[in-house]
Ligand binder design. Structure first.
Ligand SMILES: [Zn+2]
Ligand SMILES: [Zn+2]
Length: 264
């Protein structure tokens, strides 16, 4: 087995992504119960004690709910920016000094045969980051919780073989839905989340010969539907002469269970 990438869950109710090689196993975010994360790892045949690192994107609960639990249970080091550490420390509970690791946006972090590059994302959290993951000759990128698309986001997504991209909401569903006005403004704002349409446009812009697998993820429970996100993005790609289904695969990252892994 070479390189594997698998969203264990992705959505506004919880996020946890696995990426690994024969010798290295890494999790990105742990916004699920410890039990659910273990179940996800079992399906991938990965023992919790073999997880080498847990990288956190930001302190919102859908990204850190189970972080402290699995770190203590399996002795996993947690990697996060200084701002994220400060913001999440009270919530995740005591983490020994040995397992408290700092990362810096734009500075690569090597874990065995994998290299993780954190990059700034615009989101209403203390110091949020997305991650590009390099293993063998492959690049995988996790870009969710994006208020809008910045040059930094585009640059870091570029050249990925696999991309997990936020496709959070349908703008009309959000505008007409039951969320209070302030929450709608937050989601639509510069530091909220990107819509299906924005996701489609972004993929069209950065599309190159390398990108072969897209997961659309971090869907809103109330303001989106998987088929709507898929069809909206697909039709924008079609308009830009990008055909989904042959060279380029596109999947919906599942909210509640492991998605089908990509094996590179
Ligand atoms: Zn968030
Ligand atoms: Zn989130």
């Amino acid at each position: 087995m070479a390189v594997r990438f698998c969203p264990i869950a992705s959505g506004s109710s919880g996020n946890c992504i696995y990426a690994g090689t024969e010798s290295t196993n890494i999790l990105f975010d742990a916004g699920l119960s410890g039990k659910r994360i273990k179940e996800g790892l079992d399906i991938l045949n990965v023992d919790g004690t073999n997880i080498d690192a847990l990288f956190i994107t930001h302190e919102h609960s859908d990204h850190i709910k189970g972080a402290g639990i699995i770190s203590r249970r399996f002795d996993i080091p947690i990697y996060a920016t200084e701002g994220t550490w400060e913001a999440m420390e009270n919530t995740i509970g005591n983490i020994g000094r040995r397992n408290k690791k700092f990362i810096y946006s734009g500075e690569p972090c090597v874990i065995n045969d994998m290299c993780i590059m954190p990059f700034d994302i615009p989101h209403d959290a203390a110091e949020p980051v997305g991650y590009s993951i390099f293993a063998k000759d492959f690049k995988m990128t996790i870009a969710t919780d994006l208020g809008h698309v910045t040059d930094t986001v585009k640059e870091n997504i570029q050249g990925s073989d696999v991309l997990l991209l936020e496709s959070n909401h349908d703008v009309d569903m959000l505008k007409c839905g039951s969320y209070p006005w302030a929450l709608k403004q937050r989601i639509l704002g510069d530091k909220g989340h990107i819509s299906n349409e924005t996701a489609g446009k972004l993929i069209s812009e950065i599309m190159d010969g390398k990108l072969k697998h897209i997961y659309l993820g971090h869907l809103s429970d109330e303001n989106n539907e998987p088929h709507l996100a898929y069809e909206t993005v697909k039709s924008i790609l079609n308009e830009n002469d990008i055909k989904v289904g042959t060279y380029l695969k596109m999947d919906m990252a599942s909210r509640y269970s492991n998605s089908c892994p990509v094996i590179l």
